[in-house]
Design a protein. Structure first.
Length: 153
């Protein structure tokens, strides 16, 4: 008898012996309980994870909306300032004398400094509002996550 035949025979003997073996009820009960508890833990973790993803999306959307608002503000200010510069350049080009051109230039610069100050103030206030909204959303999300983890524990 070669080694393969011997191995095959031993494997068949083990399978034949195992056919008649019974798993004790307490072991079977422990295994079933283990699977049930593992499934329950998985379901809790899955629910918390799904809620966490939703909360993260809320934070992202709030931050994205804020960034978009700030970007639009910068773009609108840039467009308004550029239009004002073109209007001033056109007025200066039409000036009939050097003193008139200098006065138009000085008036434009003075006006732009005032506008820049107002735009900076508006942008700063808007930035604060966006930051506050984003942090409030993050705080709400963190609180909800903590409460959900506490409930599932």
């Amino acid at each position: 008898m070669n080694i393969n035949d011997q191995f095959t025979r031993q494997a068949q003997d083990m399978f034949n012996a195992a056919k008649d073996a019974r798993i004790p009820e307490n072991v079977q009960h422990m295994a079933e309980e283990g699977v049930a508890k593992t499934r329950e833990a998985y379901q809790k973790i899955n629910a918390v994870t799904k809620d966490g993803v939703k909360l993260a999306e809320d934070v992202f959307l709030t931050a994205h909306a804020g960034a978009k608002t700030l970007g639009e503000k910068v773009m609108n200010n840039t467009m308004a300032n550029t239009e004002a510069a073109f209007d001033a350049a056109q007025a200066i080009a039409r000036a009939r004398s050097l003193p008139e051109a200098a006065k138009l230039q000085a008036d434009f610069m003075q006006q732009q400094f005032a506008i820049a100050g107002a735009q900076t103030k508006e942008f700063f206030e808007l930035s604060q509002k966006v930051a506050r909204q984003t942090f409030e959303t993050m705080n709400t999300a963190a609180t909800k996550s903590f409460e959900q983890v506490k409930k599932s524990a």
